[in-house]
Design a protein around this ligand. Sequence first.
Ligand code: CAA
Length: 697
Amino acid sequence: MSDKIAYARHGEVAVLTVQNPPVNALSQAVRQGLWDMMDRAEADIGVRAVLIVGEGRAFFAGADITEFGKPPLQPHLPDLINRIEASPLLVVASMHGVSLGGGLEVALGCHYRIAVPSARVGLPEVHLGLLPGAGGTQRLPRLSGVEPALEVMTTGRHVGAKEAHDLGIIDVIQEGDPAENGLAYAQKLLAKDAPRRPVSGMPAPAPIDWDATFEATLARSKGQISPAWCVRAVQASVEKLFAEGLKAERQIFYDLMQTDQREGMIHAFFSERQVSNLPELKGVATRGVNAIGVIGGGTMGAGIATAALLSGLPVTMLDMTAEAGMAARKRIEGNLSGALKRGKISAEDHENILTKALSITTSYDDLSEVDLVIEAVFEDMDVKKKVFAELDRVCRPGAILASNTSYLDINEISATTKRPKDVIGLHFFSPAHVMKLLEIVVAEKTELDVVATSFELGKRLGKISVRAGVCDGFIGNRILSTYRTAADHMILDGASPYEIDTALERFGFAMGPFAVADLAGLDIGWAVRKRKRAEGLDPRARDASYADKLCEAGHFGQKTGKGYYDYAAGAKARVPNPDVMPLIEAERAAHGITPRAFTGDEIVRRYMAAMVNEAAKVVGEGIARRPLDVDMTLIFGYGFPRYRGGPLKWADMQGLGGLLDDIKSYAQTDPYFWTAAPLLEQLVAENRTFDDLNKKG
Ligand code: CAA
């Protein structure tokens, strides 16, 4: 008997209903249950067809990801699917919600497939560093042809029912209850004596240029290998007999299962869900947020307003003057027309947002009714304090007062109000309506329900929200500032910005740090350096000033056409700015440094050591609660390659002992910068990993 699969007999049809909430993952118990119930149906006199249907939200969300990386348990999914397909009974799948990965592969092992119009299917295994390993790479091409099958599995995207029907994946689309639809369909097939129709028996599809497709896919995937291996598995579906093709697929699946990329991506999958899961917020009632205010309509404020408007919230945008307000409206309109073009909103929504949901004002009094205000004004403590004094004056009691500061002390800002318990940091990343990261910075006096409400707002805005404590730069910018400093030191010692960018882009970063600086605007880093120098640098710190000279010459990066790179031919066709190396060489000479060569590996090793060491300090000091909070911050806000799992997961996979040895060896020439994080030393001494700390919850 199985408690995961209910068995019911309806005339000649045995109905197997999968009951494994929340998403019917194909755990060992589900696989065993399906196997046993197929046996039962085949032994049940008078049964001629089997219907497989899921209860709850989905048909099947795929293999049970929690079992990956552990010894595989029988029955294996490919064997189960072969067993279903080989059944002498007619087997029908009735699909609703999602049918993903192994879930779609079960459906492809059935002889007929019916789905409700809202059903979605997909083979998202590449997002876990894998490929479809239960026949998907062999069966899907036989239904849809090679190129559509490869497109579906290398992107891992969800395919709607209509498109899946066009691709030959779904036979019938029908509104209604999946169980009733499936039963009627099975009965209809029996009535017309429809034959069993195993996909494995269908002819192999036509070949393509496999090597060229493999190389092109590899190049597109920026270092991630699993999409390209889908090409080799599909090649086997064309060139080998079905059973041999399955073996080839299985071998690649097992090989990918052993990779760090698989481990990194599965860490990212679960961390993405765990990151907003904070025990202290369980059961805390939130304050309703039905209208928000945004102060400052620059790029950041306009992006925040856009994100809120797109989530259905009305926004009052305040700027200093009517002209500034007009400019803010223009920016928001620009963002919204992008969303309209990409089909994210309808023309009607677009119209409503602009005419009804957005209002622009220059008067603080217009913020008296909003539930939450986010300040996104110039990054200067005195300016922020003035804004918060005004908010304290006009906002209703209980309204949440948030600052989008990226570095400044939120305790100090909140202390200027009479309601520090209502003050919090909501640090968005530019462009705020696109970037997924939101740092929720909890100040000393912030009340728990303000934190809970901020997480709820983050979810509504579609953000990955990470809790951070107060310090200079919080989680992300504090770590960024350290690894950028490591990059500057390498430049003083002989590396070029272009060698550094190339090495890190090869590592998998979306952009190298100097290209990122050009994109963000070099004036931002310049302002931070000036502030830090004004606060007083430690005399032991190495300070690089070549970038200041670029700024002094008016080169702020992409927005002025030149920074580290020259953008005369467009952002993508960047070429090194010839003014940069002479500035660097002059600074090296002034410091009496004889430049030395750096290999790409050494660049990555030093850069990552600096990142991991600072991240360990951030976790050790409680600024980030868990290592996974750092990993999600870097992946969603800083272009860290998801397939490496985040810097601390990467560090675990490299071995913490080796990293600590590196840090100690670098410390011999610069002991001030390379002070090892106490947490890193402790983990090495105790032979533990960062991930061990994640498991504590
Ligand atoms: N295995 C185990 N747990 C899973 C799971 C899976 N395949 N899919 C989802 N879950 C869990 C989530 O971790 C989450 O757990 P918590 O509530 O404890 O956090 C819960 O189910 C609900 O998931 P979401 O919060 O993500 O819910 P959602 O409604 O936003 O999304 C979903 C649902 C679209 C199914 C999404 O969870 C998803 O994309 N899941 C992964 C699907 C996938 O990658 N399948 C392929 C698996 S690999 C495979 O099948 C290999 C093969 O070829 C044999």
